[in-house]
Write a new protein. Structure first.
Ligand SMILES: Cc1cc2nc3c(=O)[nH]c(=O)nc-3n(C[C@H](O)[C@H](O)[C@H](O)COP(=O)(O)OP(=O)(O)OC[C@H]3O[C@@H](n4cnc5c(N)ncnc54)[C@H](O)[C@@H]3O)c2cc1C
Length: 476
């Protein structure tokens, strides 16, 4: 059977674009290993189509053979969703050859790109045309727009521009039956029935393959300023967020929080980065102000905000970047936290969301709970506070064997944190998705009716269950 399928795949995309283990020169590890090194699979083949028609032919061949398909973009996902399982029977469908910018419509403020376009290239294409495409995350040099939409990625600009979902007007999708849905609409209003676009966004490759998207563009800001503030408590950070919304309105485009231990790791492992103001404060905050008028206007508003915050005791000290280079340096510190944490050793990651108003109480309670249950654990707490999204990561006690801690304690730590998230009406996956890492947890934390509706959608769109099986939904 697999010989017949491989012949059909070669027919569909050309022999050079079908990579298998039979070829001793082919190294498939880049497609088989996930970014976090949590899982390594084995593919029957890696197939690299160059057009939507070729994707459709690949899907039809796999459907005829009953072979499952794992769509893959940049393979930067953090929940083990884009690599094959270990059976050697799944086909990895890599979209990276489909990387054309198809069209820019300046008057409509839209950009149409193929799914395999790397996010940074999409941002650059927008900027070259004089616009902003605001989706922004630390993996932007490798992740693709198809992967961003399939995971409904978030990042650092969500509080102003929304997730990937809010930035997308239309999609082109190859269905699980190998048909092409031409839905590349640039319309901001279209109430003609169910929103199929929103079904595929966030579906993590389990309903179909996104092959292209029409995205929203925004005017480039005239000025962008970044400030770094030390705050005395998490409660003060939340109050500062409210104040910043009131002072800056739509100009507030970034609001990140970073715990002292997280910043201490950056200081320890990347001392050249010179982390400001972290030693005397439990938390620091990074704020970004985008202004449509001028740098002077932006600076005046920012300084007023920070003066008020200092007077009100919400901020104990603050610096405003004097240049673009300084601003980039501050963002670089924030984005270096995951790398510093990796340098410190293996750890247990959580990507959770809680209503912003309840974040301080959640952290106070859950920090204390973890210390009681596992004395000495170290919390690497940071994230997109403006969106209520924390990366609430747990590191082994100092001097402990990190690998042993991960193997022995991960299930218990997850149970403690996820139960606490549920008590605070939060979500166990804010922006990274479910993949296979969280699929088994979903039935415990998702509303039963919602889960039943999700299963019905899956059954209707992919009755053969060939699209990325075992991801998002596990068998009941
Ligand atoms: C350093 C780092 C920082 C990160 N920061 C953030 C962050 O701030 N916010 C955030 O949300 N995420 C973040 N991520 C996670 C990751 O970058 C995002 O999930 C990203 O959207 C994945 O894109 P990708 O192209 O790499 O997709 P992949 O990893 O290849 O795939 C992810 C999922 O999407 C599916 N998929 C991929 N392409 C398609 C397609 N064309 N059609 C259908 N399904 C498809 C896959 O099957 C898989 O289930 C970060 C990752 C790293 C490594």
């Amino acid at each position: 059977m697999s010989t017949l399928l491989l012949a059909a795949l070669r027919e569909a995309v050309g022999p050079a674009q079908v990579l298998t283990h039979d070829d001793p020169a082919a190294d498939l590890s880049a497609w088989e290993q996930d970014w976090r090194q949590r899982a390594r699979g084995r593919a029957l083949a890696v197939v690299r189509p160059g057009s939507a028609a070729e994707v459709a032919a690949v899907v039809r061949a796999c459907a005829a053979a009953g072979t499952s398909i794992v769509p893959q973009g940049g393979n930067t996902g953090l929940v083990v969703g884009s690599v094959p399982d270990v059976t050697g029977t799944q086909v990895v469908l890599s979209l990276t050859r489909m990387n054309a910018v198809r069209a820019i419509d300046a008057a409509n403020l839209t950009l149409t790109v193929e799914a395999g376009c790397v996010l940074q290239n999409v941002q650059e294409a927008a900027e070259k045309a004089g616009f902003l495409f605001p989706l922004s995350l630390a993996a932007q040099g490798s992740c693709t727009i198809g992967g961003n939409l399939a995971t409904n990625a978030g990042g650092t600009q969500v509080l102003r521009y929304g997730n990937a979902r809010e930035l997308c007007l239309g999609l082109e999708v190859v269905t699980a039956q190998g048909e092409v849905w031409h839905g590349l609409s640039g319309l901001r209003k279209d109430n003609t029935g169910y929103d199929l676009r929103d079904l595929f966004i966030g579906s993590e490759g389990t309903l179909g393959v996104i092959t292209a998207a029409t995205l929203k563009l925004y005017p480039l800001p005239a000025a962008q300023l970044t400030a770094w503030a030390a705050v005395p408590t998490l409660e003060a950070a939340v109050a500062l967020l409210g104040l910043a919304h009131r002072h800056l309105g739509a100009g507030l485009t970034g609001f990140e929080v970073m715990g002292q231990f997280a910043l201490g790791l950056v200081d320890r492992h990347f001392s050249a980065l010179r982390v400001p103001l972290w030693q005397d404060s439990p938390y620091c905050v990074l704020l970004e102000n985008s202004d449509s008028e001028s740098e002077e206007h932006a600076r005046a508003r920012f300084e007023r905000l920070l003066e008020t915050a200092l007077e009100d005791g919400l901020v104990s000290d603050a610096v405003v970047a004097e240049s673009l280079a300084q601003a980039r340096g501050l963002w670089h510190i924030r984005e270096s936290i995951p790398l510093a944490q990796a340098e410190e050793g293996l750890n247990i990651k959580h990507d959770i969301s809680i209503p912003v108003s309840r974040i301080p109480a959640f952290c106070n309670d859950t920090d204390a709970l973890l210390q009681r249950e596992m004395p000495g654990v170290r919390l690497v707490n940071f994230g997109h506070l403006g969106d209520g999204n924390l990366h609430y990561n747990v590191q082994a006690p100092a001097g402990a064997d990190a690998k042993k801690f991960l193997n022995e304690q991960e299930a218990r730590v997850n149970a403690l944190v996820f139960d606490a998230v549920a008590r605070y009406d939060g979500s166990i996956s804010a922006e990274h998705g479910v993949g296979s890492l969280k699929a088994a947890h979903l039935p415990h934390f998702k509303d039963a009716v919602a889960l039943g509706l999700m299963r019905s959608v899956k059954q209707a769109l992919d009755p053969q269950q060939i699209m990325n099986p075992g991801r998002v939904l596990v068998s009941p």
